[in-house]
Design a protein around this ligand. Sequence first.
Ligand SMILES: [Fe+2]
Ligand SMILES: [Fe+2]
Length: 351
Amino acid sequence: MSEEPIIQLPDTSSWGTPDWGIKVMPKDSKGIVMRDCLIGRAGEVPDVAPKNTGVAQRGSVVDPNTPDFGFPIRDKNLVWADNMADLYEQAKAGQWDATTDIPWDDLPELPDDLEQAVCQIMTFLIQNEYLAMYLPAKFMHQIDPQFTEVVLFLATQVMDEARHAEVFTKRALANGGGLQYVSAAEEWSVRSLLSQDDYSNGSFLMHVLGEGTFMELLMFLEDISPDPVTAKTFKLARQDEGRHVGYGISHFSYHIEQDPSIKDQLLAAAEERTMFLQQASGSSPFVLKAMMTLAGGGSHPEQLAKGRDRVRELYEEMHKKRVRGLVSIGFERKTAERISELHGSGVQNFM
Ligand SMILES: [Fe+2]
Ligand SMILES: [Fe+2]
């Protein structure tokens, strides 16, 4: 008499065979890194995600009757970069704490005009941080988890931007000032990017043009900071932005190499956003005056004039860097200049 099994498993003969015997080893004292997990079935990144792998981790053997989750982004071209696994590891290693990693106790008392300028800049930066936090969050759940590393990386970006909103808020409140003015022009600019529905357009406008320019801005702000504590908030945020831009550059190099026709779509997206902004928004003088004040060392007319000259130089430098970045990912120089000019002339908030 044969015994009944305690639990009956389904017949999996048509599902495929799981891997076995995989043994990823930790590297020296560095532990197990994501790149080493690109192994066996888990390392087979599909060109197009299958419709019946749901939220199973890549490499799992999935019941063919699994429902289609309908993830809209299932083409590797649309999200991938060959260094995704490394970018994710770098993102985790680069985390810091806005509560304890800024020497808040050392903030010096500043003249009112400089403190007001710092607070105005902080108020404006925070708007951009919300944008950079909400936009990847909006797209994350549209990306098929077959592209694990991209989804995990975007999660780190969301955390990074949350920390930036936190640190800039804390700085605005920490030294006798407070949050300052927000213009409708800046809000229109953020809204026009947050409302992008196509991942390629949204990612290009944010990761390449927006955050690339924002990084230059943070470097400039660090340079013109009235004190080292404030400078450190810009410096730590900029290091994180370097990774976000790094993803944009690596991803679009990959995408353009696979499908050069995407370049026309990206140019059109930049044109459309700028045209919209030129109609919708006026100028945004608060931030410009704050930058002129910090760059000139104060708010006397001669200081403001000196500051204005430095801000002009910054705009030129931003343009040159944008063009260089666009050429590096595969745009022809003329198109790169056109896109950079569109961004520089249309966008009030640098992003
Ligand atoms: Fe940020
Ligand atoms: Fe960012």
